[in-house]
Design a protein around this ligand. Structure first.
Ligand SMILES: NC(=O)c1ccc[n+]([C@@H]2O[C@H](COP(=O)([O-])OP(=O)(O)OC[C@H]3O[C@@H](n4cnc5c(N)ncnc54)[C@H](O)[C@@H]3O)[C@@H](O)[C@H]2O)c1
Length: 252
């Protein structure tokens, strides 16, 4: 038995980084995975590989900021696998790290908030009814250290990730009686496509490492393991919690 046997899990942003690592780990642990992303070819390839290895996977092109796309994802997941147990709201974008309250324009604010926060509203709005029908569910929202402290990212990114943190607690409080749990994960610096540019600059890397007590950068599987725990029934009494996976960055 895998740790997620018989569970159906939707993972957004599954084409790359943490989403991809989570999808592969979930499939190995027996979940039927619904892979969504705007990068359609990549999720189709990943679904193919998962199926080749004996897993079950469905790839759906999905812009997380679109309500119509969420309708399609929820309906297709239900049609293909009969139910929805787990939602990993992982897709996201960063922003220009030099941007402050004064230099952020409305276009950047709108784009980052739509993709990082409105996406979670749309996701839970569309998926919770299926979880209620199912009698249980686990929602995991990928926030950031930027959702815990003010030094973790650009202005609009920080706003979006802070919103993700508290929205998760609101869901936990309101849907506990429906056996729907909701938790947030707060990654620190993790080596993925998103962090590639900054991490390949030795000066930025050195500066980042100074702030990390463990003195190294995390990898996508560090987050996938946290998702696995929160998605599985091993965390059945855990809801409304915020799990920092950050090498100790926010412990200081
Ligand atoms: N890498 C880090 O250091 C770090 C730190 C803290 C938090 N995070 C968060 O982790 C999550 C995953 O990031 P990652 O590092 O794996 O990045 P990544 O860039 O490797 O993956 C992000 C994925 O999201 C997808 N995506 C972007 N916009 C989308 C949209 N509108 N609709 C659907 N999919 C979309 C991309 O195509 C990509 O596949 C993000 O929410 C990010 O903010 C990352």
């Amino acid at each position: 038995m895998g740790r997620l046997t018989n569970k159906v899990a939707i993972i957004t942003g599954a084409a790359s980084g943490m989403g991809e690592a989570t999808a592969i780990m979930f499939a190995k642990e027996g979940a039927k995975v619904v892979l969504t992303d705007i990068q359609e070819e990549k999720i189709k390839d990943l679904a193919f590989k998962i199926k080749e290895n004996g897993g079950e996977a469905l790839a759906i092109k999905h812009n997380v900021a679109s309500g119509e796309d969420w309708d399609i994802v929820s309906q297709e997941a239900k049609k293909s696998f009969g139910k929805i147990d787990v939602l990993i709201n992982n897709a996201g974008i960063t922003g220009d790290y030099t941007k402050t309250a004064e230099t952020t324009d409305e276009a950047e604010w709108g784009k980052v908030l739509d993709i990082n926060l409105k996406s979670i509203y749309l996701g839970v709005n569309r998926i919770i009814p299926f979880m209620k029908e199912n009698g249980s569910g686990s929602i995991v929202n990928i926030s950031s250290i930027a959702g815990l402290v003010g030094s973790g990212g650009p202005f609009s990114y920080t706003a979006s990730k802070g919103g993700a943190r508290l929205l998760s607690k609101h869901i936990a409080v309101n849907y506990g009686p429906d056996h729907i749990r909701c938790n947030s994960i707060h990654p620190g610096t993790i080596k993925t496509a998103m962090s590639e540019v900054s991490l390949s600059n030795p000066e930025i890397l050195e500066h980042m490492l100074k702030g990390i007590p463990l003195k190294y950068v995390g990898d996508a599987n560090d987050i996938a393991y946290a998702c696995l725990y929160l998605a599985s029934d091993e965390s059945k009494y855990v809801t409304g919690s915020e799990l920092a996976v950050d090498g100790g960055y926010t412990a200081q």
